[in-house]
Design a protein around this ligand. Structure first.
Ligand code: TYD
Ligand code: MG
Length: 452
C-alpha cells in the first residue's frame, strides 16, 4: 500500500513545513502547526465540458484581444457595483469576508434574489428551508435563484452542469471539501484545493463565482494567506453588529480601485443601500454640544460628512488615557502634541477620548482639522456652531495643509446646508458663487483664534 503523504501547515498563515514545530517561522504564532494528509489530485474536480486537452491557450497580439462584449454583470445593487468597480467581472472569483452575523449571507442572497440572471446559491451552512425563510424576509419572488445545500465540490459541479447558472455563490469556502484531498473541511489544504477547482471552473466557463469566507479573531480571512492571492477580488464586510450600518470595502481588486466604500443599513427586511451617507452619519441634534465637529472627508470618489466626537477631561489616574475609535491612535497623539506645542494647550495631564460616529474608520488625512476642533471644543467646553465643518490636514509644525479634491468637499458641505467650511489657505479653490463661507486658515493658531 502506498504510504499516506502528510505535510504540516500553519493554520494561521498557511506556511508548509516538513515536520512539526512549536512556533511558525513565518507568522510567529505558537501551536498553530497541524499535520494534514495531502494527495496530489490526478484529475481536478472541475472537468470542462469541451475536450480539455485540445484547448491549449495561444498567445494573442494585444490589439487582437476582444474586450468589446459586456464583461461585467450589473448586480442591481449600486453599492456592491461601486465597490467592485462597476459590477461583477465574468469569470472572476470574489471573496467576501466578515465577522459572523455581520450579514454576508444576507447580502449575497439579496443580490442573488434581485439578479435577472440564473444564480446558484450553494450553502454549506444552512438548510434550504432556513435560506427560504431568510429569502422571504428580503424578496420572496425570484424566478432565477436556485438554492443548493451541498459541501462536496464534485457534487456541486455536477449540479452546476445541470443548472448552468450565470453566477455561483458559495457560502462558505470553509465548509467545502473535495474528494481529492483527505483532510477535514476548513483545513488549509482543503481550502486551497477547493478554491483552485472553483478558479478552474470560473475561468473555463467564464462564470463569476462569489465566495464567502470566515475571518479569524484578528480580522484576517481564515485559512491560508494564499487564498487572498488566488482570488481576483477580496471584499470585507465590516461594522459593529450592534450598529445598523455595514460597510463594504475592497481590500484587493484586480478590476478596479480599492478606495470605494459601500454603505448599507441592516433592516428587518434585509440590507438597504445607503446612497446618501452624509445625511445619516451626522446626528441631528437641536442643541449644540461641546466636543463635536464635522469633517468633510472623501471615501474613494464619494464625499462623506462625518461627525467627530472628543472628550477631554482631567486624568483620574497618574497616566492620562488616550483612546480613539475609528481613528489612528498614534495620529491622535501627534495632534495632541501639536496642540500642546504650537497652541499652548496643556493636554499632557488630560484624558482624551475620540470617537468617529457611525462605526466608521477613516484614513483620509483631511479629518485632522475636525479632530483638532473637536478636542479644542471639549477642552474649552464651548460648542462649535452646528453649521461649521472642516477639511484639512494638520502638519507637525502646526501648519494647516491642503487636501485633495477640496472643491468636491466644499460642494457637498454646501449641499447639506453647512454655513462655513474651514480649509487650508494653501488649497487652490476656483469655485465661484458659493453660498457657503470658505474660511481659510494657515496655522493652528488661526483656528484657535477663530473658534475659542
Ligand atoms: P447573516 O447574513 O446570517 O450573517 P453572516 O452570514 O455574516 O454570518 O446575518 C444575520 C444577521 O442579520 C442576524 O443577526 C439577523 C440579521 N438580519 C436582519 O436584521 N434583517 C434581515 O432581513 C436578515 C435576513 C437578517
Ligand atoms: Mg452566513
Amino acid at each position: 500500500m502506498a504510504k499516506v503523504k502528510t505535510t504540516f501547515f500553519c493554520q494561521s498563515c498557511g506556511t508548509q513545513y516538513a515536520k512539526w514545530q512549536g512556533q511558525c517561522n513565518a507568522c510567529k504564532q505558537w501551536n498553530t502547526i497541524v499535520e494534514e494528509i495531502v494527495q496530489k489530485p490526478e484529475i481536478s474536480g472541475w472537468k470542462s465540458p469541451s475536450n480539455n486537452a485540445k484547448r491549449v491557450s495561444k498567445p494573442l497580439r494585444i490589439k487582437d484581444i476582444d474586450t468589446s462584449h459586456e464583461i461585467r454583470i450589473n448586480t442591481l445593487d449600486a453599492e456592491f457595483n461601486r465597490v467592485l468597480g462597476g459590477g461583477i467581472v465574468q469569470g472572476s472569483l470574489t471573496l467576501l469576508g466578515g465577522e459572523p452575523g455581520i450579514g454576508k449571507s444576507t447580502l449575497l442572497l439579496q443580490i442573488a434574489l434581485k439578479l435577472p440572471y440564473k444564480t446558484l446559491y450553494v450553502s454549506g451552512e444552512e438548510s434550504q428551508k432556513q435560506i427560504k425563510m431568510r429569502a422571504e424576509r428580503i424578496n420572496p419572488n425570484s424566478e432565477n435563484c436556485y438554492i443548493l445545500t451541498e459541501t462536496k465540490t464534485q457534487n456541486i459541479f455536477k449540479q452546476i452542469e445541470d443548472v448552468e447558472p450565470d453566477i455561483v455563490v458559495i457560502d462558505s469556502i470553509q465548509t467545502l471539501h473535495s474528494d481529492y484531498i483527505e483532510s477535514a473541511a476548513g483545513s488549509i489544504s482543503q481550502i486551497k484545493e477547493c478554491t483552485a477547482e472553483l478558479i478552474k471552473f470560473a475561468k473555463e466557463t467564464n462564470t463569476p463565482v462569489v465566495l464567502i469566507g470566515h475571518i479569524t479573531k484578528d480580522g484576517n480571512i481564515a485559512g491560508p494567506k494564499i487564498l487572498e492571492h488566488m482570488v481576483d477580488t477580496v471584499l470585507q464586510f465590516e461594522g459593529d453588529r450592534n450598529h445598523v450600518f455595514r460597510i463594504l470595502r475592497a481590500h484587493k481588486n484586480r478590476f478596479g480601485s480599492t478606495h470605494e466604500l459601500g454603505i448599507y443599513e441592516m433592516q428587518g427586511s434585509g440590507l438597504r443601500e445607503v446612497s446618501n451617507p452624509s445625511e445619516i452619519l451626522i446626528s441631528k441634534k437641536d442643541e449644540e454640544l461641546s466636543g463635536n465637529a464635522i469633517a468633510a472627508t472623501l471615501e474613494g470618489m464619494r464625499p462623506l460628512m462625518i461627525e467627530v466626537q472628543a472628550l477631554v477631561s482631567s486624568a483620574v489616574y497618574g497616566t492620562p488615557q488616550r483612546s480613539a475609535t475609528g481613528f489612528n491612535a498614534k495620529r491622535l497623539n501627534m495632534l495632541l502634541a501639536v496642540l500642546e506645542k504650537r497652541a499652548g494647550f496643556k493636554l499632557g495631564a488630560k484624558d482624551v477620548f475620540l470617537n468617529i460616529t457611525g462605526g466608521i474608520t477613516v484614513d483620509d488625512p483631511a479629518i485632522d482639522l475636525a479632530v483638532v476642533a473637536a478636542i479644542l471644543s471639549s477642552n474649552e467646553d464651548v460648542a462649535l456652531p452646528k453649521d461649521y465643518c472642516f477639511a484639512a490636514e494638520v502638519g507637525l509644525s502646526g501648519e494647516i495643509r491642503p487636501v485633495q479634491r477640496v472643491e468636491q468637499r466644499i460642494l457637498e458641505a454646501e449641499k447639506l446646508g453647512f454655513a462655513t467650511i474651514f480649509v487650508s489657505k494653501y488649497n487652490k479653490i476656483s469655485l465661484k458663487n458659493t453660498q457657503i463661507k470658505i474660511q481659510l486658515v494657515a496655522k493652528i493658531e488661526d483656528l484657535v483664534g477663530i473658534l475659542v
